[in-house]
Write a protein that binds this ligand. Structure first.
Ligand code: DAT
Length: 180
């Protein structure tokens, strides 16, 4: 068994999570451009690493091999400097993240965004319900220390800009606090 040393990262790892459609990729893309941190789109990486198994007919999405994915990501995450983008957050190792941002959008906005993405029926309902019952926020609270979790409203373009500014400020503070 490999022992992972608890070495301080040269740059922080940021987790951006939330229900599908809340605006994670939109935010992460802008953040990566602004900060130079690396955007890790977990859904894409899972495909590249061959971590998607059989298709779940009920949820209309492939089943993820989480252990294989975590093994594949360990090295890049240990180095730091990543923005991880995923609609779930409970199976990542807690030690990977310095901060967790949970994006939120209001129900009608999310409904419209997911409809234009082509979601319908159970898949559409489940995702809107997921947001109404703040499933991902609760998942984050069960998986990470509460003082590193920040909820961000992500409904309007103005809020998108505010969120980018806020995360950039957080990042500056991190570098100030973690100078060797
Ligand atoms: P996710 O990656 O969480 O699934 P996305 O970034 O693809 O979400 O965004 C879904 C849609 O909503 C997309 O058409 C862009 C739009 N959007 C995202 N954030 C927004 C914001 N803050 N204001 C307005 N529209 C936004």
């Amino acid at each position: 068994e490999e022992i992972v040393p608890n070495v301080k990262r040269a740059a922080p790892n940021i987790l951006i999570t939330g229900t599908p459609g809340v605006g994670k990729s939109t935010l992460c893309q802008k953040l990566a451009e602004t900060t130079g941190l690396q955007w890790l789109e977990i859904s894409k990486i899972a495909k590249e690493y061959n971590c998607l198994e059989e298709y779940d007919e009920v949820y209309q999405c492939p089943v993820l091999d989480e252990d294989k994915l975590m093994d594949g990501l360990e090295q890049v995450m240990s180095k730091g400097g990543n923005i991880v983008d995923y609609h779930s957050c409970e199976f990542f190792p807690e030690r990977w993240f310095d901060v967790v941002f949970v994006l939120r959008a209001d129900n009608t906005t999310l409904f419209d965004r997911l409809t234009s993405r082509g979601y319908s029926g159970k898949k559409l309902e489940d995702n809107v319900q997921c947001e109404i019952f703040q499933v991902i926020l609760d998942e984050a609270k069960m998986s990470y220390k509460e003082n590193i979790i920040h909820e961000l409203s992500s409904t309007t373009p103005e809020e998108l800009q505010e969120n980018i500014n806020r995360i950039c400020l957080w990042l500056q503070q991190w570098f100030q606090d973690n100078q060797y």
